[in-house]
Design a protein around this ligand. Sequence first.
Ligand SMILES: Cc1ncc(C[n+]2csc(CCOP(=O)(O)OP(=O)(O)O)c2C)c(N)n1
Length: 664
Amino acid sequence: MAGHSTTRVQRGEASHDPRASVLRALAMDAVQAANSGHPGAPMGMAEMAVALWGTHLRHNPANPAWPDRDRFVLSNGHASMLLYGLLHLTGYDLPIDELKRFRKLGSRTPGHPELGITPGVETTTGPLGQGLANAVGMALAEQRLATEFNRPDHTIVNHHTFVFLGDGCLMEGISHEAISLAGVWQLDKLIVLYDDNGISIDGPVDGWFRDDTPARFRACGWNVIGPIDGHDIVTVDAAVAQARRSRGKPTLIVCRTTIGAGSPGRAGTAKAHGEALGVDEIGATRKAIGWQLPPFEIPADVRTQWDARAAGEKREAEWQQRFDAYAKAYPELADAFTRRTAGELPADWPVLRDGVLQQAAQSTENIASRKASQNMLAQLAPRIPAMLGGSADLTASNLTDFPDAGARHISYGVREFGMAAVMNGVALHGGLIPYGGTFLTFSDYSRNAIRMAALMKLRVIHVFTHDSIGLGEDGPTHQSVEHAASLRLIPNLEVWRPCDVAETAVAWTEALASDHRPSALLLSRQNLPAQTRRAEQFDDIARGGYVLYESDDARASLLATGSEVGLAMKARELLSHLGIAVRVVSIPSSTRFDRQERAYRDAVLGTLPRIGVEAGVTCWWGQYGCVSALGVDSFGESAPAPDVFEHFGLTPEALAGRVQEILR
Ligand SMILES: Cc1ncc(C[n+]2csc(CCOP(=O)(O)OP(=O)(O)O)c2C)c(N)n1
């Protein structure tokens, strides 16, 4: 850093560029009006925003869905007012009244940026670190689609992914997973601007964050620019221009800034991070930055300087022309591109789906559901080019690959959280349907990214194998106990735990067709017996729960999921030898079942005493009014699977005995 700049940054002086001042004013005034929020980061990043959004970002405010737009991710989502200011000023459909309603119920300016609420917001951020990983996924999608669709003389996919982040994102472990992958994948269109202000909530970060960040990024194969003066628009502009020329490496631009820059009393302090400045300090700041207008008033010339509508329209029109020429030369590719970016499955999807389901319905194979899943992938993935598979270093266990997958199956390495958040980014970008595998136990590592996918309504498919004590010898560290139940608690996540080939086939086709929610497929390591069904029963699998075995003189209902459906069917047989008839209800997806109409649910569950069985926590069965449940309420054991099932009393004999006790 030049001495002059250092001094200015240290003094917390802001530029007097009105494009930066208006961002500062909007941030401090909106936070003040809400009496809640984070003024410091938006004020500190104002010049960075001017440089990037004022010069480099290629977007069209009139069409936030333009497929070839640059993506912008505000990974430090608490700086939301910076993004809202930018979206308003550049001409998105975000009126000033919405900024006045920052953080109010029903406004388009929630506390942290949320996908689907504010036009122009590319991903929901707030949980620090994940925005960066989302951006890596977006840049990966851009790279893959460019390779797949661009042709010599025809470039239809060619955009950058820009990220703003702060110390918090870089302290999070997921940042390392994300930057490591971005380096390996050589995502040279990913450009990250680091708001290096040395402050987080507890104070100056020196006491807990002394990483040599440039060295860390360099070690991961990144191009690093800076540290530069993050308050010098020309310098930041030049750095971004340089970053855009990078080949084979993503770029980090280290921007030295002062949190709350412009505020004489708060600049450079942790107090600037998450507190309204207060009326007096806002007055002092107005004076210091030379901005004397009342809150939310923006002079016409400043509006004109920021307005990106005409440039955006022109950019998209130019792209449309290129796309039209492409469509003439490659009509089929153009059609596929249009379908895929709209999130549609191939035109022959209904035929493909019916074919695989018909075959699966007749299957008598006794195989593990993870194997049944792989067999489905072998049929589906080659016919659905959007599918982009992967595994967190467990490909041979998760069975997520398919014949001739090549680059369409990603080895994510041992990075479950990173993989999940990258998959969210891929889905957010569009054009690809990501799925990825790990052991169900390690879903805890990915959990917040799964939650974010559910919140954002993303089609991301998690393949979680080794779904219970049924994995055997690896023992309690690897055996899921509470995981199925706890994943089912996440709103809008569809959880499937299929019992055989037929149910696995339905789980996969339903997951692929669910374009507004993520799915988790919980699959067994061990073989599972094929169940026989009538056609109507097969059709009801997609309703999430159905009667697999009915009996007129039944005295109890056995409710089971996944690998325990076979167990329940064996118990039924034992009981029938004793003259006790029972019904068996299979619940491959309780989340789906719970959305069925009342009459259907009541009919399936029946009025007889219910006994639940699942190799996991038993409290879960309370919601279905079970009088008793068999399961695992501790951490499992290391032993061959049959011995572990025996140890936990999960056997047909034990279940039959429990039923007899209840009916006594
Ligand atoms: C995963 C996660 N943990 C904790 C928080 C709460 N939080 C919000 S901002 C922040 C500090 C971030 O520091 P920095 O990125 O330096 O932001 P700045 O102080 O510069 O605004 C924390 C801990 C969060 N949003 N996400």
